[in-house]
Write a protein that binds this ligand. Structure first.
Ligand code: DQA
Length: 144
């Protein structure tokens, strides 16, 4: 089983970005925890981060031929990008949407996600654990 992990806009700032909201783990910490869980579950992982919507859309397309699914934290693209929704729908691979923070408990504009309605599952509010729960869920779905 092979899964691509996508970190969207501003996630490279983790560790120093609003730590009261997103915690103090860095993106490298997140990727290390995911790699450990991937090894435990027998999942090959590749990770990608970009702040650029088009680059993420291109990556979804290119990676879709070699992965069984996507684990994605789109950052702010969650709330704005119909293009990302269309890309993920277009490649016909399951994906799980994750967020560190509880987006439903924050500003009103964060309550809308263009992705949730077409995701296999969504996990939010558990900090780094959201990624780990999301990966477990995605693996169970793919392995199903
Ligand atoms: C986020 C929530 C988004 O609203 C925000 O724009 C982010 C991070 C999260 O992981 O909690 O960049 O996706």
């Amino acid at each position: 089983m092979r899964v691509a992990v996508i970190h969207g806009q501003n996630l490279r700032l983790l560790g120093r970005r609003e730590p009261e909201v997103y915690g103090t783990d860095t993106l490298l910490d997140v990727d290390t925890l995911l790699a450990d869980l991937g090894a435990e579950l027998g999942i090959e992982l590749e990770t990608f981060q970009s702040n650029h919507e088009g680059e993420i859309l291109d990556f979804v397309d290119e990676a879709s031929g070699r992965v069984d699914g996507f684990l994605i934290n789109p950052g702010a693209l969650t709330h704005t990008s119909i293009g990302l929704r269309d890309a993920l729908l277009g490649v016909d691979r399951p994906f799980v949407e994750v967020h560190l923070s509880n987006t439903q408990a924050r500003e009103r504009f964060r309550r809308r996600s263009f992705l949730s309605g077409v995701a296999t599952g969504v996990v939010y509010g558990f900090g780094v654990e959201s990624y780990l729960l999301g990966l477990r869920g995605l693996a169970a779905h793919i392995g199903g």
